[in-house]
Write a protein that binds this ligand. Structure first.
Ligand SMILES: Cc1ncc(COP(=O)(O)O)c(C=O)c1O
Length: 392
């Protein structure tokens, strides 16, 4: 959009081109496989510019271009690439910057399926090592001559360690490696990746960006043109593309991202502070609370917090935890997050940590604060704690 408008204004308008679509505010859903050309010259020209024109459905349509334009603006990057899931965005980003013989460092706290990508990289002759997410600038000691990528996720999955991205980026860049960030938790709202040294920002837009629990989509954004070209080329090679309907829904979700994120933040903080006072709770792992590893870094680098966090309970019998969770009336059990609904699942990070050791007396529960009335959510939790204590 024209002019130097503030973010809250841009997010509403960027990607909308009513002048191109007969005044229609939302870019329509373009379903396309075949795209036809009137002349051989036009066909030749389109194939030369296949990443920028409507050339073949898989390479992009006006619907995906509009979403990519909006996402790049939101993240503050050069350009984005839309793919079919958050995990696809992660694999595209890794494959774009790694080749046989290279080495990649992954935070020990990455989303579990991102960890498992390491097994696939191994088959391609790409070595992986995991590092303590709290390592900061000392990551310099782990860099090898062939380290080409440092993969970060901040806060980390399940345990929410906040990484010192600027310190990691400084060390990675000094050694010639790219910094990739899974930026899904902040939802494009509470963390500016490219102001903190990140080269590639990944969003599982399935979560907050689409925001309604009904879309699988990933967006990967590069800070500069060369890196964007590498991402787009990789995504084209792998045959990845996002469905036009999902691009449409994601762009629609993006328009209300700001207000939704503020509500997720407000309710998340309210629940986290309430939970911190409960005798059944040993720790609250919420980046905005001092009990979370990396809280000071969060205060320095983030502008707020989303609705996803964990609690660690005091030691308790597994059957009591099941009674608590099975009886929840509002909090549902499900693996994705970032939609309108509140969620709570049990998780055990022990087997998915290798560079660090997960130790806790009691079980971990991951919560997502949705858009429901916070007092109703607290009543649901209160009843859950009664079952945990054996009162029901
Ligand atoms: C932090 C994080 N990154 C990536 C993903 C993968 O996203 P998707 O489910 O869209 O593949 C998830 C999904 O839960 C996630 O939590």
């Amino acid at each position: 959009m024209k002019g130097n408008r503030r973010r809250e204004t841009r997010i509403v308008h960027v990607g909308s081109h009513p002048e191109k679509f007969r005044g229609v505010m939302n870019p329509p859903v373009y379903r396309a496989s075949t795209v036809v050309f009137p002349t051989v010259a036009a066909l030749r020209e389109a194939s030369k510019n296949r990443f920028d024109t409507v050339y073949y459905g898989r390479h992009g349509t006006p619907t995906s271009f509009a979403l990519e334009e909006a996402m790049a603006d939101l993240e503050g990057g050069h350009r984005s690439v839309a793919v079919c899931s958050g995990l696809a965005a992660i694999t595209v980003a890794l494959m774009a910057f790694l080749k046989s013989g290279d080495h990649v460092l992954l935070a020990d706290t990455v989303y579990d399926p991102s960890r498992r990508v390491a097994q696939f990289l191994d088959t391609l002759g790409i070595a992986t090592s995991f590092y303590d997410p709290m390592i900061g600038g000392a990551i310099a000691d782990l860099m090898r001559p062939n380290t080409k990528v440092v993969f970060t996720e901040s806060p980390g999955s399940l345990t929410f360690e906040v990484q010192d991205i600027p310190a990691i980026a400084k060390a990675a860049h000094a050694a010639g490696a790219k910094v990739l960030l899974d930026n899904t938790w902040a939802g494009g709202h509470f963390f500016k990746p490219f102001d903190h040294g990140v080269d590639i920002s990944i969003q599982a837009a399935t979560k907050y960006i689409a925001g309604h629990a009904d879309v699988m989509i990933g967006l990967v954004t590069a800070k500069n043109e060369n890196d964007w070209h590498a991402l787009k080329t990789q995504s084209a090679l792998m045959g990845y593309c996002a469905s036009p309907d999902d691009c449409y829904l994601t762009l629609r979700g993006l328009k209300t991202l700001d207000v939704r994120m503020e509500r997720h933040q407000e309710t998340g903080l309210l629940l986290a502070n309430w939970l911190a006072k409960r005798s059944e709770v040993a720790t609250v792992l919420h980046p905005a609370l001092p009990s979370c590893p990396g809280h000071d870094v969060w205060k320095r680098d983030f502008t707020g917090s989303s609705g996803l966090f964990s609690i660690v309970l005091n030691e308790v019998a597994a059957a009591r935890v099941e009674a608590m969770l099975d009886g929840m009336e509002i909090f549902a059990m499900g693996f994705s997050w970032g939609g309108f609904e509140s969620l709570m699942i049990p998780a055990n990070p022990t087997s998915i940590r290798t560079a660090t050791k997960w130790q806790s007396a009691g079980p971990l529960l991951r919560l997502h604060a949705g858009q429901e009335d916070p007092e109703d959510l607290i009543a649901d939790l209160e009843a859950g704690f009664a079952r945990l204590g054996g009162a029901a």
